[in-house]
Design a protein around this ligand. Sequence first.
Ligand code: ADP
Ligand code: MG
Length: 210
Amino acid sequence: MPDFSTLALAPPLQQALEALSYTTMTPVQEHALPPMLDGRDVIAQAKTGSGKTVAFGLALVARIDAAQIGVQALVLCPTRELADQVSKEIRRLARFVPNVKLSTLCGGVPLRVQASSLAHAPHIVVGTPGRLQEHLDAGNLDLTGLRVLVLDEADRMLDMGFADAIAGIVGQTPKARQTLMFSATYPDEIRAASRAYQREPVDVTVEAAH
Ligand code: ADP
Ligand code: MG
């Protein structure tokens, strides 16, 4: 399997990969990272533990301009636990990129407490669709400068009834965004969501190892 060094990532990302001892790419990373880094939309299907979070985390951090104020990347996750895991991984990947700020927004914490964390102007927001919709409705969150939208565990989010919240959130983002979808399964609803939200997506399907 190829090394991350074949991707010509910025030095702070190479440094983070080195610190994490991530040397060779997993199959989903090998196939999804080149088009994602080119700014293409990607829909990727691979089982849990195959390296999807690291794949979109790298692509997303590579797109952040920390000198620019405003939310540039948004990751939607089905649960608070998953949002916390994704935030942790993105922080690890971004640790040598100066001044990048991230906020995690999920239920279980008072809205106004999170609103004050948004006042610190994060570049990256990770959260659950319900809570993010609440922040948008309350006028706490401005997505007009968004560059990258990630739907992580998209199949689970649809199973949990988040389709309307996702649609509402996507409707407040620029049309010219990059949209990345990750899923462990590939049912018709995922294909329909991809058609609704993505433009000429690159389809990456990694078969389970036997
Ligand atoms: P997924 O989102 O598909 O469930 P993750 O991106 O969370 O998978 O990765 C699963 C585990 O493998 C994590 O502990 C992560 O740190 C590790 N990992 C991911 N990519 C690599 C890699 N290229 N080399 C070594 N470890 C990796
Ligand atoms: Mg994952």
